[in-house]
Design a protein around this ligand. Sequence first.
Ligand SMILES: *[C@@H]1O[C@H](CO)[C@@H](O)[C@H](O)[C@H]1NC(C)=O
Ligand SMILES: *[C@@H]1O[C@H](CO)[C@@H](O)[C@H](O)[C@H]1NC(C)=O
Ligand SMILES: *[C@@H]1O[C@H](CO)[C@@H](O)[C@H](O)[C@H]1NC(C)=O
Ligand SMILES: *[C@@H]1O[C@H](CO)[C@@H](O)[C@H](O)[C@H]1NC(C)=O
Ligand SMILES: *[C@@H]1O[C@H](CO)[C@@H](O)[C@H](O)[C@H]1NC(C)=O
Length: 448
Amino acid sequence: MAEVHRPNKNRKGFYVKMKLFRTKNWKLEKPFFIRYFKWILWFSLSFYFFAKFLNNHEFGKSNLKTTIINQHPYRVLSESSLQHQKDNQGLLKDLKVYVYELPSKYNIDWLSNARCSNHLFASEVAIHKALMKSDFRTFDPTEADFFFVPVYVSCNFSTVNGFPAIGHARALLSSAVELISSELPFWNRSNGSDHVFVASHDYGACFHAMEDRAIADGIPEFMKNSIILQTFGVKYQHPCQNVENIVIPPYISPEKVESTLSKSPIDVQRDIYVFFRGKMEVHPKNVSGRFYSKRVRTEILRKYGNDRRFYLKRHRFAGYQSEIVRSVFCLCPLGWAPWSPRLVESVALGCVPVIIADGIRLPFESIVPWSEISLTVREKDVAKLGGVLDYVAATNLTAIQRNLWDHKLRQALLFHDDVETGDATWQVLVALSTKLGRSHRRSRLSSE
Ligand SMILES: *[C@@H]1O[C@H](CO)[C@@H](O)[C@H](O)[C@H]1NC(C)=O
Ligand SMILES: *[C@@H]1O[C@H](CO)[C@@H](O)[C@H](O)[C@H]1NC(C)=O
Ligand SMILES: *[C@@H]1O[C@H](CO)[C@@H](O)[C@H](O)[C@H]1NC(C)=O
Ligand SMILES: *[C@@H]1O[C@H](CO)[C@@H](O)[C@H](O)[C@H]1NC(C)=O
Ligand SMILES: *[C@@H]1O[C@H](CO)[C@@H](O)[C@H](O)[C@H]1NC(C)=O
């Protein structure tokens, strides 16, 4: 139990000194700020509207950057440092995340299975790794805006079918919370509301792969106040997202994507028109009132199985990325849950994602311009797919591809071992920086 990292007393002394130092500086700056307030405000407003103009009118290189700036006009306006406007790093410069150092049974022990850090739920590992080494990490919990609780729950692979068994997830998480809340004061003081968890499994914070069971189990009581980074997201009310949450992409290895692209560049001629590889049941079973993929995949197979424009495969093939990079359109139909790793792979490999999952909430929606880089087909219209795709191919396909092939998009959806500007962990931090109102430290600072 005593393994939890305790704050270092000496660091605290240092922190107090820093704080006093800043107070002194602030007094010096105040008259300057008041004197030039009007100009700063004017400049900030102009800048904001200029950034907004760019964002609305120019899709291209500067798009992601201006979107990021755009999201935080209040910060540009309220902070006297003009530095923030020059580089988008400024936005995150003072964000601080404390990463709990839990006993290894909660996380790194699971890495003895190499698959643990590579499969589609591995964002729980990737975000932890990236934060550990990042400049946003603080070792002093008293100066942290957020607290990251690194528990890996998706790495308990079943020996029977190879899928992750997450039956133990609630108990493991609950024991981690028990540990941090009894050993350190930070959980109790905010009742967990500035604490961050990853729930990268099918139904996010409900920790079950089947929707009916997930809903019946609900979100564990002890997590209901916290911030959940989850792959699951829908636009309608759902018991499994009834919690402060950020929709994150599923994990795809950036090295694997790079290796695929090194063999086949993104903008070469694509010889597969429509691609899908994955589970397509001919006679889906009624599993407690639900059918796999709501029978959408079955319908795709029935309607287009013999259509030569459609390259549909039902069996696993390790080299499927080489097929995606050769394809114009990649189908991303729902499975049990609406989200799928195909979304990330399609974008990363330049194949236009055709999203068939009604009501899905996509990762980083405020940053990634999904409507300009993908197509959405309603579940009930799946039999009209061929016509829709032909129409797009004859009209705006080139425009969509041009948007899609911006490398910033690929960057935004991939997690790297070290946080890189604009990558998926970076976007998580950007999203967290819009939730500073939940930070115990920030709310204290602003009320001082
Ligand atoms: C892994 O999952 C199985 C099935 O849910 C469970 O019985 C087992 O306790 C889990 N293992 C650990 C180490 O939590
Ligand atoms: C936090 O609250 C729990 C439940 O009230 C209590 O058992 C625990 O000792 C508290 N932790 C600290 C560090 O005071
Ligand atoms: C903390 O939050 C949980 C979940 O919302 C709630 O059940 C509990 O009553 C809260 N505890 C306190 C002390 O506010
Ligand atoms: C599926 O099974 C449920 C019972 O689990 C039943 O109520 C429902 O009518 C079935 N649906 C279909 C389309 O067969
Ligand atoms: C392309 O055309 C389709 C079909 O008309 C439309 O739904 C979609 O929004 C268009 N996309 C772009 C980026 O213009």
